[in-house]
Design a protein around this ligand. Structure first.
Ligand SMILES: *[C@@H]1O[C@H](CO)[C@@H](O)[C@H](O)[C@H]1NC(C)=O
Ligand SMILES: *[C@@H]1O[C@H](CO)[C@@H](O)[C@H](O)[C@H]1NC(C)=O
Ligand SMILES: *[C@@H]1O[C@H](CO)[C@@H](O)[C@H](O)[C@H]1NC(C)=O
Ligand SMILES: *[C@@H]1O[C@H](CO)[C@@H](O)[C@H](O)[C@H]1NC(C)=O
Ligand SMILES: [Ca+2]
Length: 355
Protein backbone atom coordinates (compact mmCIF):
# COMPACT_ATOMS: atom_id res chain seq x y z
CA UNK A 1 0.00 0.00 0.00
CA UNK A 2 1.31 3.52 -0.89
CA UNK A 3 1.13 6.43 1.60
CA UNK A 4 1.36 10.17 0.98
CA UNK A 5 4.52 11.76 2.47
CA UNK A 6 5.75 15.34 3.23
CA UNK A 7 8.65 17.04 1.30
CA UNK A 8 11.00 16.68 4.30
CA UNK A 9 10.25 13.05 4.46
CA UNK A 10 10.98 12.69 0.73
CA UNK A 11 14.63 13.89 1.21
CA UNK A 12 15.08 11.46 4.01
CA UNK A 13 13.54 8.80 1.85
CA UNK A 14 16.04 9.49 -0.96
CA UNK A 15 18.94 9.08 1.47
CA UNK A 16 17.55 5.88 2.88
CA UNK A 17 16.64 4.67 -0.61
CA UNK A 18 20.33 5.09 -1.58
CA UNK A 19 21.41 3.16 1.52
CA UNK A 20 18.84 0.54 0.69
CA UNK A 21 20.17 0.23 -2.86
CA UNK A 22 23.73 -0.17 -1.59
CA UNK A 23 22.63 -2.84 0.86
CA UNK A 24 20.67 -4.61 -1.85
CA UNK A 25 23.69 -4.56 -4.16
CA UNK A 26 25.93 -5.97 -1.43
CA UNK A 27 23.30 -8.61 -0.71
CA UNK A 28 23.08 -9.60 -4.37
CA UNK A 29 26.87 -9.98 -4.48
CA UNK A 30 26.91 -12.10 -1.34
CA UNK A 31 24.02 -14.25 -2.49
CA UNK A 32 25.49 -14.84 -5.93
CA UNK A 33 28.87 -15.88 -4.48
CA UNK A 34 27.12 -18.17 -2.01
CA UNK A 35 24.85 -19.54 -4.68
CA UNK A 36 27.89 -20.30 -6.80
CA UNK A 37 29.67 -22.19 -4.02
CA UNK A 38 26.42 -23.90 -3.06
CA UNK A 39 25.97 -24.92 -6.71
CA UNK A 40 29.52 -26.28 -6.71
CA UNK A 41 28.76 -28.25 -3.58
CA UNK A 42 25.54 -29.62 -5.00
CA UNK A 43 27.30 -30.64 -8.19
CA UNK A 44 29.97 -32.49 -6.26
CA UNK A 45 27.82 -34.11 -3.55
CA UNK A 46 26.62 -37.57 -4.47
CA UNK A 47 23.47 -38.44 -2.54
CA UNK A 48 22.73 -42.07 -1.77
CA UNK A 49 20.17 -44.27 -0.12
CA UNK A 50 21.78 -47.50 1.04
CA UNK A 51 19.59 -50.57 1.45
CA UNK A 52 21.17 -53.23 3.63
CA UNK A 53 20.58 -56.62 5.25
CA UNK A 54 23.63 -56.12 7.49
CA UNK A 55 25.75 -58.35 7.60
CA UNK A 56 29.39 -57.29 8.14
CA UNK A 57 29.97 -56.86 4.40
CA UNK A 58 27.09 -54.38 4.32
CA UNK A 59 28.77 -52.68 7.28
CA UNK A 60 32.04 -52.30 5.37
CA UNK A 61 30.10 -50.80 2.46
CA UNK A 62 28.22 -48.32 4.67
CA UNK A 63 31.47 -47.36 6.40
CA UNK A 64 33.22 -46.81 3.06
CA UNK A 65 30.36 -44.57 1.89
CA UNK A 66 30.41 -42.67 5.20
CA UNK A 67 34.11 -41.97 4.83
CA UNK A 68 33.97 -40.90 1.18
CA UNK A 69 34.00 -37.08 1.33
CA UNK A 70 31.75 -36.29 -1.65
CA UNK A 71 29.14 -38.94 -0.75
CA UNK A 72 26.20 -38.10 1.48
CA UNK A 73 24.10 -40.96 2.86
CA UNK A 74 20.57 -39.54 2.97
CA UNK A 75 19.08 -42.66 4.53
CA UNK A 76 19.79 -46.29 5.29
CA UNK A 77 16.93 -48.72 4.78
CA UNK A 78 16.97 -52.20 6.25
CA UNK A 79 15.57 -55.37 4.73
CA UNK A 80 15.34 -58.96 5.91
CA UNK A 81 18.19 -61.01 4.46
CA UNK A 82 21.12 -62.17 6.54
CA UNK A 83 18.77 -61.83 9.51
CA UNK A 84 15.41 -60.27 10.32
CA UNK A 85 14.91 -56.55 9.89
CA UNK A 86 15.12 -55.67 13.61
CA UNK A 87 18.53 -57.27 13.88
CA UNK A 88 19.65 -55.58 10.66
CA UNK A 89 18.64 -52.23 12.18
CA UNK A 90 20.60 -52.98 15.35
CA UNK A 91 23.73 -53.89 13.36
CA UNK A 92 23.51 -50.69 11.31
CA UNK A 93 23.10 -48.60 14.47
CA UNK A 94 26.08 -50.34 16.03
CA UNK A 95 28.27 -49.15 13.16
CA UNK A 96 26.82 -45.62 13.07
CA UNK A 97 27.17 -45.31 16.85
CA UNK A 98 30.82 -46.38 16.66
CA UNK A 99 31.52 -43.34 14.48
CA UNK A 100 29.12 -40.98 16.29
CA UNK A 101 26.69 -40.64 13.37
CA UNK A 102 23.65 -42.44 14.81
CA UNK A 103 21.62 -39.22 15.16
CA UNK A 104 22.79 -37.81 11.85
CA UNK A 105 21.73 -40.53 9.42
CA UNK A 106 18.16 -41.84 9.55
CA UNK A 107 17.82 -45.63 9.64
CA UNK A 108 14.54 -47.10 8.43
CA UNK A 109 13.12 -50.55 9.03
CA UNK A 110 11.89 -51.87 5.71
CA UNK A 111 10.34 -55.16 4.72
CA UNK A 112 10.66 -58.23 6.92
CA UNK A 113 9.28 -60.65 4.33
CA UNK A 114 9.32 -61.51 0.64
CA UNK A 115 6.68 -59.80 -1.52
CA UNK A 116 4.75 -62.89 -2.62
CA UNK A 117 5.85 -66.40 -1.76
CA UNK A 118 6.85 -67.30 1.77
CA UNK A 119 10.58 -67.75 2.24
CA UNK A 120 11.74 -71.30 2.89
CA UNK A 121 11.85 -71.99 6.62
CA UNK A 122 15.45 -71.73 7.79
CA UNK A 123 16.84 -72.27 11.28
CA UNK A 124 18.18 -68.78 12.20
CA UNK A 125 21.23 -70.35 13.84
CA UNK A 126 22.19 -71.96 10.54
CA UNK A 127 22.60 -68.59 8.81
CA UNK A 128 26.15 -67.75 7.73
CA UNK A 129 26.39 -64.71 10.04
CA UNK A 130 24.48 -66.35 12.89
CA UNK A 131 20.94 -65.59 14.00
CA UNK A 132 21.55 -61.85 14.45
CA UNK A 133 23.57 -61.13 11.27
CA UNK A 134 26.66 -60.21 13.32
CA UNK A 135 27.69 -63.81 14.11
CA UNK A 136 25.98 -63.63 17.54
CA UNK A 137 29.08 -61.94 18.92
CA UNK A 138 28.53 -60.50 22.38
CA UNK A 139 29.69 -56.89 22.44
CA UNK A 140 30.91 -55.09 25.54
CA UNK A 141 29.65 -51.64 26.40
CA UNK A 142 26.33 -49.98 25.69
CA UNK A 143 23.70 -51.29 23.31
CA UNK A 144 22.61 -49.30 20.25
CA UNK A 145 19.58 -47.09 20.94
CA UNK A 146 16.83 -48.99 19.16
CA UNK A 147 14.41 -46.03 19.46
CA UNK A 148 16.38 -44.39 16.68
CA UNK A 149 15.02 -46.93 14.16
CA UNK A 150 12.17 -45.47 12.12
CA UNK A 151 9.23 -47.26 10.52
CA UNK A 152 7.83 -44.58 8.21
CA UNK A 153 10.11 -46.08 5.61
CA UNK A 154 8.47 -45.89 2.17
CA UNK A 155 6.95 -42.43 2.63
CA UNK A 156 10.21 -40.98 3.93
CA UNK A 157 12.29 -42.53 1.14
CA UNK A 158 9.76 -41.13 -1.32
CA UNK A 159 10.07 -37.65 0.25
CA UNK A 160 13.85 -37.75 -0.16
CA UNK A 161 13.67 -38.98 -3.75
CA UNK A 162 11.11 -36.27 -4.53
CA UNK A 163 13.18 -33.57 -2.81
CA UNK A 164 16.34 -34.52 -4.69
CA UNK A 165 14.87 -35.63 -8.02
CA UNK A 166 17.45 -37.24 -10.35
CA UNK A 167 20.16 -36.80 -7.69
CA UNK A 168 19.86 -39.89 -5.50
CA UNK A 169 21.66 -43.12 -6.26
CA UNK A 170 20.12 -46.23 -4.72
CA UNK A 171 22.65 -48.79 -3.53
CA UNK A 172 21.05 -52.14 -2.76
CA UNK A 173 23.09 -54.69 -0.79
CA UNK A 174 20.37 -57.13 0.25
CA UNK A 175 17.14 -58.54 -1.23
CA UNK A 176 15.36 -55.94 -3.40
CA UNK A 177 12.02 -55.90 -1.53
CA UNK A 178 12.14 -52.24 -0.38
CA UNK A 179 13.00 -50.84 -3.80
CA UNK A 180 10.32 -52.97 -5.51
CA UNK A 181 7.73 -51.67 -3.02
CA UNK A 182 8.87 -48.11 -3.64
CA UNK A 183 8.45 -48.56 -7.41
CA UNK A 184 4.92 -49.96 -6.95
CA UNK A 185 3.69 -47.51 -4.30
CA UNK A 186 5.39 -44.41 -5.77
CA UNK A 187 5.83 -45.08 -9.51
CA UNK A 188 7.52 -41.68 -10.06
CA UNK A 189 10.55 -43.04 -8.23
CA UNK A 190 11.24 -45.34 -11.23
CA UNK A 191 12.25 -42.18 -13.03
CA UNK A 192 13.50 -39.91 -10.24
CA UNK A 193 16.18 -42.21 -8.84
CA UNK A 194 19.45 -41.28 -10.57
CA UNK A 195 20.86 -44.78 -10.84
CA UNK A 196 20.71 -48.14 -9.10
CA UNK A 197 23.65 -50.24 -7.88
CA UNK A 198 23.03 -53.81 -6.85
CA UNK A 199 25.01 -56.56 -5.21
CA UNK A 200 23.31 -59.74 -6.35
CA UNK A 201 22.28 -62.05 -9.09
CA UNK A 202 24.53 -64.09 -11.31
CA UNK A 203 26.20 -63.78 -14.65
CA UNK A 204 26.79 -67.40 -15.64
CA UNK A 205 24.04 -69.00 -13.58
CA UNK A 206 26.35 -69.79 -10.68
CA UNK A 207 24.35 -69.85 -7.47
CA UNK A 208 25.31 -69.76 -3.82
CA UNK A 209 21.91 -70.35 -2.23
CA UNK A 210 20.24 -72.58 -4.79
CA UNK A 211 22.07 -74.20 -7.69
CA UNK A 212 21.32 -71.28 -9.94
CA UNK A 213 20.36 -68.45 -7.57
CA UNK A 214 22.40 -65.98 -5.61
CA UNK A 215 21.42 -65.17 -1.98
CA UNK A 216 20.01 -61.63 -2.44
CA UNK A 217 18.00 -62.42 -5.58
CA UNK A 218 16.72 -65.68 -4.12
CA UNK A 219 15.83 -63.72 -0.97
CA UNK A 220 13.04 -62.07 -2.99
CA UNK A 221 12.94 -63.15 -6.66
CA UNK A 222 9.73 -61.19 -7.44
CA UNK A 223 11.25 -58.02 -6.01
CA UNK A 224 14.38 -58.45 -8.14
CA UNK A 225 12.16 -59.01 -11.18
CA UNK A 226 10.10 -55.87 -10.44
CA UNK A 227 13.19 -53.70 -10.00
CA UNK A 228 14.85 -54.87 -13.19
CA UNK A 229 11.69 -54.61 -15.27
CA UNK A 230 10.40 -51.29 -13.96
CA UNK A 231 13.34 -49.01 -13.34
CA UNK A 232 13.77 -46.53 -16.19
CA UNK A 233 17.43 -45.67 -15.76
CA UNK A 234 20.60 -47.70 -15.70
CA UNK A 235 21.29 -50.49 -13.23
CA UNK A 236 24.79 -51.60 -12.27
CA UNK A 237 24.97 -55.15 -10.97
CA UNK A 238 27.94 -56.77 -9.31
CA UNK A 239 27.00 -60.47 -9.51
CA UNK A 240 28.09 -63.39 -7.39
CA UNK A 241 30.65 -64.59 -9.95
CA UNK A 242 32.50 -61.27 -9.74
CA UNK A 243 32.38 -61.12 -5.94
CA UNK A 244 33.79 -64.64 -5.72
CA UNK A 245 36.62 -64.15 -8.23
CA UNK A 246 39.99 -65.41 -6.90
CA UNK A 247 41.48 -61.97 -7.47
CA UNK A 248 38.78 -60.23 -5.41
CA UNK A 249 38.66 -62.48 -2.35
CA UNK A 250 41.27 -61.98 0.36
CA UNK A 251 42.92 -64.58 2.55
CA UNK A 252 42.34 -64.56 6.30
CA UNK A 253 45.95 -63.77 7.13
CA UNK A 254 45.66 -60.53 5.20
CA UNK A 255 42.16 -59.78 6.51
CA UNK A 256 42.94 -60.19 10.20
CA UNK A 257 46.71 -59.67 10.55
CA UNK A 258 47.05 -56.78 8.12
CA UNK A 259 43.66 -55.07 7.58
CA UNK A 260 42.35 -55.99 11.04
CA UNK A 261 45.35 -54.75 13.03
CA UNK A 262 44.05 -51.29 13.80
CA UNK A 263 42.31 -49.44 16.60
CA UNK A 264 39.64 -48.23 14.17
CA UNK A 265 36.35 -48.75 16.08
CA UNK A 266 34.40 -50.13 13.11
CA UNK A 267 37.11 -52.65 12.22
CA UNK A 268 37.26 -53.63 15.91
CA UNK A 269 33.55 -54.47 15.76
CA UNK A 270 33.86 -56.35 12.47
CA UNK A 271 36.96 -58.43 13.34
CA UNK A 272 35.21 -61.02 15.58
CA UNK A 273 32.02 -60.88 13.47
CA UNK A 274 33.93 -61.88 10.34
CA UNK A 275 36.36 -64.29 11.93
CA UNK A 276 33.74 -66.50 13.58
CA UNK A 277 31.99 -67.99 10.52
CA UNK A 278 35.19 -68.64 8.51
CA UNK A 279 36.66 -72.13 8.39
CA UNK A 280 40.45 -72.51 8.24
CA UNK A 281 40.56 -72.61 4.43
CA UNK A 282 37.89 -69.99 3.77
CA UNK A 283 38.67 -66.65 2.21
CA UNK A 284 37.19 -63.28 3.13
CA UNK A 285 34.70 -61.96 0.56
CA UNK A 286 33.83 -58.32 0.99
CA UNK A 287 31.05 -58.45 -1.68
CA UNK A 288 29.07 -55.40 -0.64
CA UNK A 289 32.05 -53.08 -0.24
CA UNK A 290 32.98 -53.86 -3.87
CA UNK A 291 29.64 -52.44 -4.97
CA UNK A 292 30.15 -49.36 -2.79
CA UNK A 293 33.60 -48.84 -4.29
CA UNK A 294 32.35 -49.35 -7.85
CA UNK A 295 30.01 -46.45 -7.09
CA UNK A 296 32.47 -44.13 -5.32
CA UNK A 297 35.41 -44.95 -7.62
CA UNK A 298 34.04 -46.12 -10.99
CA UNK A 299 37.63 -46.12 -12.29
CA UNK A 300 38.21 -49.27 -10.17
CA UNK A 301 35.88 -51.20 -12.47
CA UNK A 302 38.10 -52.83 -15.07
CA UNK A 303 35.56 -54.94 -17.00
CA UNK A 304 31.87 -54.29 -17.59
CA UNK A 305 29.27 -55.24 -20.22
CA UNK A 306 25.73 -54.11 -20.92
CA UNK A 307 22.77 -56.45 -21.30
CA UNK A 308 19.05 -56.64 -21.30
CA UNK A 309 18.28 -58.68 -18.21
CA UNK A 310 15.43 -60.44 -16.47
CA UNK A 311 14.88 -62.60 -13.41
CA UNK A 312 13.51 -66.15 -13.60
CA UNK A 313 10.43 -66.65 -11.43
CA UNK A 314 8.99 -69.95 -12.59
CA UNK A 315 12.02 -72.16 -13.03
CA UNK A 316 11.84 -75.55 -11.35
CA UNK A 317 15.59 -75.38 -10.83
CA UNK A 318 16.44 -71.78 -11.60
CA UNK A 319 13.99 -69.55 -9.69
CA UNK A 320 15.75 -66.31 -8.75
CA UNK A 321 18.41 -66.58 -11.45
CA UNK A 322 19.44 -63.39 -13.22
CA UNK A 323 19.08 -64.14 -16.93
CA UNK A 324 21.03 -62.05 -19.46
CA UNK A 325 20.19 -61.63 -23.12
CA UNK A 326 23.60 -62.73 -24.40
CA UNK A 327 22.53 -62.50 -28.03
CA UNK A 328 22.19 -58.72 -27.70
CA UNK A 329 25.25 -58.04 -25.57
CA UNK A 330 26.18 -54.35 -25.52
CA UNK A 331 22.60 -53.06 -25.44
CA UNK A 332 20.20 -52.79 -22.51
CA UNK A 333 20.13 -50.91 -19.26
CA UNK A 334 21.82 -53.45 -17.02
CA UNK A 335 25.59 -53.14 -16.73
CA UNK A 336 27.29 -56.22 -15.31
CA UNK A 337 30.49 -55.49 -13.44
CA UNK A 338 32.85 -58.33 -14.29
CA UNK A 339 36.07 -57.28 -12.65
CA UNK A 340 37.70 -54.66 -10.48
CA UNK A 341 41.24 -53.45 -9.89
CA UNK A 342 42.38 -55.58 -6.91
CA UNK A 343 45.28 -53.30 -5.96
CA UNK A 344 42.93 -50.30 -5.96
CA UNK A 345 40.36 -52.10 -3.82
CA UNK A 346 43.04 -53.21 -1.34
CA UNK A 347 44.40 -49.67 -1.12
CA UNK A 348 40.94 -48.26 -0.40
CA UNK A 349 40.32 -50.92 2.28
CA UNK A 350 43.61 -50.09 3.99
CA UNK A 351 42.82 -46.36 3.86
CA UNK A 352 39.43 -47.08 5.41
CA UNK A 353 40.79 -49.27 8.21
CA UNK A 354 43.37 -46.67 9.14
CA UNK A 355 40.89 -43.78 9.52
C1 LIG B 1 14.07 -60.70 15.03
O1 LIG B 1 14.66 -61.71 15.82
C2 LIG B 1 14.86 -61.34 17.18
C3 LIG B 1 15.61 -62.48 17.84
O2 LIG B 1 16.86 -62.66 17.21
C4 LIG B 1 13.54 -61.05 17.83
O3 LIG B 1 13.73 -60.59 19.14
C5 LIG B 1 12.78 -59.97 17.03
O4 LIG B 1 11.50 -59.77 17.54
C6 LIG B 1 12.69 -60.39 15.56
N1 LIG B 1 12.10 -59.30 14.79
C7 LIG B 1 11.17 -59.52 13.85
C8 LIG B 1 10.66 -58.29 13.14
O5 LIG B 1 10.79 -60.60 13.54
C1 LIG C 1 17.33 -42.87 22.09
O1 LIG C 1 16.78 -42.25 20.98
C2 LIG C 1 15.56 -41.56 21.24
C3 LIG C 1 14.99 -41.12 19.90
O2 LIG C 1 15.87 -40.26 19.25
C4 LIG C 1 15.86 -40.42 22.17
O3 LIG C 1 14.66 -39.73 22.48
C5 LIG C 1 16.47 -40.96 23.47
O4 LIG C 1 16.87 -39.90 24.29
C6 LIG C 1 17.69 -41.82 23.15
N1 LIG C 1 18.12 -42.49 24.37
C7 LIG C 1 19.38 -42.43 24.80
C8 LIG C 1 19.69 -43.21 26.04
O5 LIG C 1 20.24 -41.79 24.21
C1 LIG D 1 16.62 -47.83 -20.77
O1 LIG D 1 16.59 -46.55 -20.16
C2 LIG D 1 16.01 -45.56 -20.97
C3 LIG D 1 16.12 -44.25 -20.21
O2 LIG D 1 17.44 -44.08 -19.74
C4 LIG D 1 14.56 -45.92 -21.24
O3 LIG D 1 13.98 -44.96 -22.08
C5 LIG D 1 14.47 -47.29 -21.88
O4 LIG D 1 13.14 -47.67 -22.00
C6 LIG D 1 15.22 -48.31 -21.06
N1 LIG D 1 15.29 -49.56 -21.81
C7 LIG D 1 14.96 -50.72 -21.27
C8 LIG D 1 15.18 -51.90 -22.13
O5 LIG D 1 14.54 -50.83 -20.15
C1 LIG E 1 47.58 -63.65 1.76
O1 LIG E 1 47.44 -62.52 0.90
C2 LIG E 1 48.54 -61.64 0.97
C3 LIG E 1 48.17 -60.39 0.17
O2 LIG E 1 47.70 -60.73 -1.10
C4 LIG E 1 49.78 -62.35 0.45
O3 LIG E 1 50.89 -61.48 0.51
C5 LIG E 1 50.04 -63.57 1.34
O4 LIG E 1 51.11 -64.31 0.81
C6 LIG E 1 48.80 -64.45 1.40
N1 LIG E 1 49.01 -65.47 2.45
C7 LIG E 1 48.59 -66.71 2.34
C8 LIG E 1 48.83 -67.59 3.54
O5 LIG E 1 48.04 -67.13 1.34
CA1 LIG F 1 24.32 -57.66 2.15
Amino acid sequence: MWCRTSIKNQTMERVSLFALLLTALALVLVISTNAKSAANNIASIRRVIVDVDAGPDDAWAVYHLLETPDVHIEAISCVRGNTNVTNVGRNVLRILTAVGKESEIPVYLGSNERLITPAPVVDPDSMFFGSDGFSDVIFEGSHPNMSLLRSDTLSELYKLINLYRYEISYISLGPLTNLALLFKVYPETREWIKDVHIMGGNRHGVGNTQNAAEFNFFGDPEAANIVINNYLGSINILPWETASKDSLVMNQTWRFDVLGKTSNPVVQILNPVERKPLGPEDNWMPCDVLVAMSFTHPELVTERKRYRADVELHGWLTRGQLVLDHANEGTGNVTIIDNMDTAGVVEKLIDLASV
